[in-house]
Design a protein around this ligand. Structure first.
Ligand code: HEC
Length: 192
């Protein structure tokens, strides 16, 4: 065998090995991880929200929300915090809840048990577990004062908080806040 044909055979064998190795590495089964070249392009680097980032304005990774940006699925409420706005909410907002829908009251009762009873207790008397352990007792939800608050004012209270009670806007969607309010009304004997 002359040296040229030996070279061809060697090249053919190497090419064969190369194809076999590639075949092993690059699988047609997309459910398995493939061989990855240049992983920086496969996985982009995620910045930590509070880490410094010189590429962005102010050197901050997390940028403030632009003015006018609307959270997806939640159109602007049109109310701000504060007692005046709470009163306006009482005049302008009405509950979209259908009290004939038994499922709504059931969900309201469940949400109340999860988020409110820890302070207000299941009957709304303000003697929940947290109060037993030293938390400031809330006023009873069955008082004349609580009864006199309009649905919209309660919605404002759950959205923005009031005095020693925090906002529940992060825990409860708007619909859920109205469901809880329906349950509060039931506790007050005003609802069904
Ligand atoms: C961590 C304890 C705590 C939790 C949990 C809590 N509240 Fe309150 N709530 C309070 C306190 C304290 C007040 C009195 C607020 C103030 O200073 O005006 C209050 C006030 C209220 C009032 C006004 C009563 C009135 O007569 O002025 C309503 C209505 C109310 N809460 C409903 C709810 C509902 C509904 C939930 C569940 C989504 C809830 N609260 C969860 C502590 C709590």
């Amino acid at each position: 065998m002359n040296p040229t044909s030996r070279g061809y055979i060697l090249a053919a064998v190497l090419a064969g090995v190369f194809v076999l190795v590639l075949h092993e590495l690059v699988s047609a089964d997309l459910s398995k991880r493939n061989w990855e070249a240049m992983t920086e392009m496969v996985y982009s680097k995620a910045g930590e929200p509070f880490a410094r980032n010189d590429a962005l304005p102010g050197g901050r990774t997390q940028q403030p929300v632009l003015e006018g940006v609307v959270v997806r699925g939640e159109p602007p409420l049109g109310f701000g915090p504060g007692p005046d706005e709470a009163e306006r909410a009482g005049r302008e907002l009405t509950s979209p809840i259908d009290l004939e829908d038994a499922g709504v009251l059931e969900r309201g009762a469940k949400l109340f048990g999860t988020y409110c009873a820890v302070c207000h207790d299941g009957a709304g008397q303000g003697r929940g577990l947290a109060v037993m352990r030293g938390m400031l007792p809330p006023p009873p939800l069955t008082s004349d004062h609580a009864r006199s608050l309009a649905d919209g004012t309660l919605f404002h209270l759950l959205t923005f908080g009031q005095g020693n009670m925090a906002s529940y806007a992060a825990q409860l969607s708007r619909e859920e806040r109205w469901q809880v309010i329906a349950h509060v009304r039931k506790l007050q004997g005003q609802g069904k």
